[in-house]
Design a protein around this ligand. Structure first.
Ligand code: CMP
Length: 140
């Protein structure tokens, strides 16, 4: 079980939240729920409705469509933000590659912090751009 203090220390190391002061991070830590999963578990599948985003505290997950791998994500990376932001179905499936510990933030809570903290909105834009650039590089 991760304590609130440990969650705050973890959040400080996540790009998305790096510009957020400590006291605000403890507010975010309180709305972030720990999720522990074994290797090989499907977290959600492409086409599902999405009401949460996830931060990877430990372990690795695979983003895929059927058997086609789109990305491998590890510690301090975020996933599940897309469906949360545009309310469209999940763009891909995500399955654990190892045992993982995640922090889950629900849509309504995230919408609140997003509207209060423009730094987080900027962080999300950076994540999306990085992923777009990654996809473009793959096509080279
Ligand atoms: P969402 O569409 O909610 O659910 C699937 C998630 O996979 C998506 O949010 C992103 O978090 C992640 N994802 C989709 N495409 C990529 C990509 N090209 N690189 C890394 N992660 C991705």
């Amino acid at each position: 079980m991760i304590s609130t203090v440990e969650k705050v220390l973890f959040l400080k190391g996540v790009d998305l939240f790096s510009a957020i002061p400590g006291e605000d991070l403890s507010q975010i830590a309180q709305i972030a729920d720990e999720v522990d999963l074994d290797a090989g578990e499907l977290i959600f599948k492409s086409g599902d409705l999405g009401d949460s985003l996830y931060l990877i505290v430990a372990g690795k997950v695979r983003v895929h469509r059927e058997e086609q791998e789109i990305a491998l994500l590890g510690e301090r990376q975020v996933f599940g933000e897309m469906a949360l932001l545009d309310s469209e179905p999940r763009s891909a499936s995500v399955t654990t590659v190892s045992d993982v510990t995640l922090l889950r933030i629900q849509q309504e809570d995230f919408a609140d912090i997003l509207s209060e903290k423009s730094e987080i909105a900027q962080g999300i834009i950076k994540v999306l751009i990085r992923r777009l650039r990654g996809q473009l590089d793959k096509q080279k």
